[in-house]
Design a protein around this ligand. Structure first.
Ligand code: ZN
Length: 282
């Protein structure tokens, strides 16, 4: 089996420090968490930015500060910036993180409900954002909350926006979208092209069980405080504790963990793209 890529969704748009004091919010805290998690075995980091009031933001200057801080302490870590909508709906604002030329960025290819909002990604917006990915050569992580999002991604590939192999993240267990069951994970993982790679992000209590299923199935794993604030025993989680839990489970099962450069190869990310982001942010 391929080595296991552990992605950490460090911060997200929704949780606050009052929910879990271990949530990294400032650029310094985010970078320190990346360092701890890289040392523990994670290779890929899904990054959101917050302003000084902990509110989600697409402010480029904050993203730049986060990136500078991460690259200083953990130069090999793969950075994946979020293009999610809670921080703003303007198309160019949502595309701005991709234009910073990270190695990866997230890309939800459809709409669904999430707590309190419609997560709106219209066909027109999806095609616009796909164009930005194509133009910049940034590798998309296709976030799948519902089955149709796979079909939309395959349609974009057919139109020439994406190249194979595609990389999918099945987000399961978010209230308003597909429940976090192994049955759904199996169904989705069988619905993507065979040369694709995939990871699973189980939300809340589904996080560790679905991660364990993915380790056994040959997929990859996304964990982190964006998706879940607690350890399986009910105590408060931290990003590094979640990474350590996944590493321990993988060891028990006999699956090796990918280093960042191995993760790049598995995901077909050109190694020469590693430091493009540093040139962009200056
Ligand atoms: Zn996110």
């Amino acid at each position: 089996m391929e080595k296991l890529i552990i992605t950490v969704a460090l911060t997200g748009n929704v949780p606050a420090k009052k929910d879990n004091v271990n949530l990294p919010v400032t650029p310094e805290e985010i970078a320190e968490d990346v360092k701890r998690c890289t040392d523990a075995g994670a290779s890929l980091f899904h990054v959101h930015a917050r302003d000084s009031q902990q509110r989600p933001t697409l402010d480029k200057s904050i993203f730049k500060e986060i990136i500078r801080n991460i690259k200083q302490v953990s130069p090999d870590a793969i950075i994946q910036l979020s293009t999610g909508a809670r921080a703003g709906k303007d198309w160019e604002d949502r595309a701005a993180p991709v234009r910073l030329l990270p190695e990866m960025a997230s890309f939800t290819t459809g709409s669904n409900n999430l707590p309190g909002i419609v997560y709106e990604n219209s066909p027109q917006f999806i095609e616009f954002l796909a164009g930005v990915f194509k133009e910049t050569g940034v590798k998309p992580e296709i976030e799948v909350f519902e089955t149709g999002m796979i079909n939309n991604a395959l349609h974009l590939r057919k139109k020439g926006f994406f190249e194979s192999p595609l990389h999918f993240d099945f987000v399961l267990g978010a209230p308003g979208a597909m429940p976090g069951t192994v049955k759904n994970l199996l169904f989705l993982s069988e619905g993507i092209p065979s040369d694709s790679t995939w990871t699973v992000a189980g939300i809340g209590k589904a996080e560790i069980p679905l991660a364990t299923a993915a380790i056994v199935m040959g997929g990859h794993v996304r964990i982190g405080l964006e998706d879940n604030l607690y350890m399986p025993d009910g105590s408060l989680a931290s990003n590094v504790k979640l990474v350590e839990k996944i590493v321990a489970i993988a060891k028990e099962i006999g699956r090796d963990i990918a280093e960042p450069d191995e993760a790049r190869s598995i995901l077909s990310i050109p190694h020469e793209n590693k430091n493009r982001i540093l040139e962009t942010i200056g």
